[in-house]
Design a protein around this ligand. Sequence first.
Ligand SMILES: Cc1ncc(COP(=O)(O)O)c(C=O)c1O
Length: 437
Amino acid sequence: MSTNLDNLWMPFTANKQFKAAPRLLVSAKGMYYTSHDNRQILDGTAGLWCVNAGHGREQIVNAITEMANILDYAPMFQMGHPKVFEAATKLAEITPEGMNKVFFTNSGSEAVDSALKMVLTYHRANGQAQRTKFIGRERGYHGVGFGGISVGGIGGNRKHFSANLMVGVDHLPHTLSIEHAAFSRGEPEWGAHLADNLENILALHDPSTIAAVIVEPLAGSTGVLIPPKGYLKRLRELCDKHGLLLIFDEVITGFGRLGTPFAAQYFDVIPDVMTLAKGLNNAAVPMGAVVCRDEIYETVVNAAPESAIEFFHGYTYTGHPLAAAAACATLDVYRDEKLFERAASLSQHFENEIHKLRSAPHVKDIRNLGLVGGVELSSRDGAVGARAYETFLKCYEAGVLVRYTGDILAFSPPLIVSEDEITRIFATVGEALKAVA
Ligand SMILES: Cc1ncc(COP(=O)(O)O)c(C=O)c1O
C-alpha cells in the first residue's frame, strides 16, 4: 500500500496491529463500501451505527455541496442562519410530543456533556440547585467526554482517567442476564425489577440531590443489551416519584433503528431529555443534538434577566451550515422513503436470520430488536475479544463489515438493507464462526 500510515494516531484502534495489516475504505455507495484492494464490502453496521439512509445519498450530497457554495460558516453566538432553524424545526416534527427544543452539538459525546450541563442549569433555574448528582448504568456508553465516561459504565473507557471523573455519580446495574434471558427474541421477559435498584441507590444519596438518570434505552456499544419488558416504564415511574429527570441517550437508537423515529416512541416511555447524533444527518457531516421538553427550555430562558445569556454553553461549530443542510436533507429522505417503517417491516426477517446462528460454534447468546442485533461468543481462556476479532476479520475478507466489542459481534445495517443482504450478513458470520478456533 502506498499510503503513509505513520503520522495518524487512530482512535479506539490497536494502532500497531492495524498498521501491520491495514483495512482502508476508499468509497461508498448504497449498502457497500469499496476497500483499498478494490473489493465490495457489504455494510452490516451502517458505518458506526450512523449511516441509516445508506451511503452516498445524492439528495444529501447535493444539499451539502449547495450549502458549501452559499454559506461556508456562520457564527451561532448571538447570530444565526436560516438552515439551522430549519433543521431544528424538521427534527421537532419527529420527536415525542412536548419535546420541541433542540440544542445542536458536533457529536454524541458533546450531546451527552451538553445534556448534563443543561440539566444542571435547569435545576438551578427551577430553584433546586442542590440537584447535582447523576445516575448512569453499568455498561452504559455515553461517549468519551469526562461527563460521558463518568456516567458511562465501561471499565476500559474509565480506568486511565479514574482519578479525574466527575464527582457525585452512581450507577444502576446493567440489564443483561444470559442466565435468565439467553436467546431472547426482542425484549427479554426477565429483568424489569432491575429498575428498582434505583430506589436503593437513592436511599444512599438522598433523592433530592439527584439531577437525572441517564441510560441508553437499548445499550449498543457495550454489546447490544435489550431492555427487559417493562424496565424503562418502571425507571420513568421512579424518576417521576422522586422528581428526577430522565435522559435517554438515543445516539444509536434514534432515527429509525427500532422502526420508530426514536426508542422513546417504540417503548412508549418519554424522557425529559434525549441525546442524538449519528443518523441525525446520516453521518455525512459531524453533528449531534440535545432535545428537551419545552418546559426545560422555558424555565431556563425565563429565569434569566432580559438580554442575559441563559445557558453558558456552545461550540464554534454548533449548527454548522453544512451539518444543518445535511440534517434537513436526511430527515426528508427518511420521511419520503419511509425508512423507519421499512426498518420495522424488516425486523422479523432480521430476527429470524440472526437466530439461525444459535447452533453455530462458540455462540453463547443472541439478542435483537428492530434492526440491531448482537451475537455473544464464548471467550478463549485469557484472550477476551480474540475470537470476535478473528470473526470480524474473516467476515471482512468475505466482503461483509460487522462490528465487535469484547467477544460480542454487533449488527446494525443501514435501513435500506434488503432481505437478501440481511440473509447474507448472517450466513457470512456463520461461515466465519466455523473457521475460527
Ligand atoms: C449511546 C451513545 N452515546 C454517545 C456516543 C458518542 O458519540 P460520538 O462518538 O459521536 O461522540 C455513542 C457512540 O457510539 C453512543 O453509542
